[in-house]
Ligand binder design. Sequence first.
Ligand code: FES
Length: 65
Amino acid sequence: MADIKIQVLDNAPLIIKGEAELIDGEGKTMETSSEFHLCRCGLSQNKPHCDGAHQGKFESKVRTK
Ligand code: FES
């Protein structure tokens, strides 16, 4: 099994750590690195990656239960 970690933080993108494979809607592998951040605010101009546009404009508290 791959060792991949997905970190969810308040008001922030999903942080992916490890050798995850990111696949687009056509089934093609997208270029990534050993750590990348996926947008979850919808404001990025570089989706699915976070470009920092969320800063000060996105609020989402992570529930732990
Ligand atoms: S989460 Fe960073 S731009 Fe959307």
